[in-house]
Design a protein around this ligand. Structure first.
Ligand SMILES: [Zn+2]
Length: 86
C-alpha cells in the first residue's frame, strides 16, 4: 500500500501527487484539489497527529522502522521519536 502524505493546506490526500524533489532534497508534492505544492517536511510539522497515526498503522502492519521512514518520507530519527512518544 502506498502511503501518501495529506495536503498541508486542505488536508486532502486523495489527489496528492509527487512533484519532484526540492533543492533541499525533500520530496515535493502537489495537491490537485487546492493546486498547491508542499514539501514532506511540512507534513509532520503541520500534521503531527496524522503522522503519529500513520506510523502506528504501519507498525501494526509489521513494517520495519526504515520502511516506515521511506514510506512517509521522513527521517528515521523522526520515526523513533514518534515511537518513543507513543
Ligand atoms: Zn490541498
Amino acid at each position: 500500500m502506498d502511503v501518501k502524505p495529506c495536503c498541508h493546506y486542505c488536508e486532502d490526500k486523495t489527489y496528492v501527487r509527487k512533484h519532484g524533489t526540492a533543492r533541499s532534497g525533500l520530496m515535493r508534492y502537489r495537491c490537485i484539489t487546492c493546486n498547491r505544492t508542499f514539501q514532506v517536511r511540512y507534513i509532520y510539522q503541520g500534521n503531527e497527529v496524522d503522522i503519529r497515526r500513520l506510523i502506528k498503522k504501519l507498525l501494526a502492519e509489521g513494517k520495519s522502522h526504515s520502511n516506515i521512514a521511506n514510506q512517509l518520507g521522513i527521517n528515521l530519527a523522526v520515526v523513533y521519536r514518534y515511537i518513543n512518544g507513543l
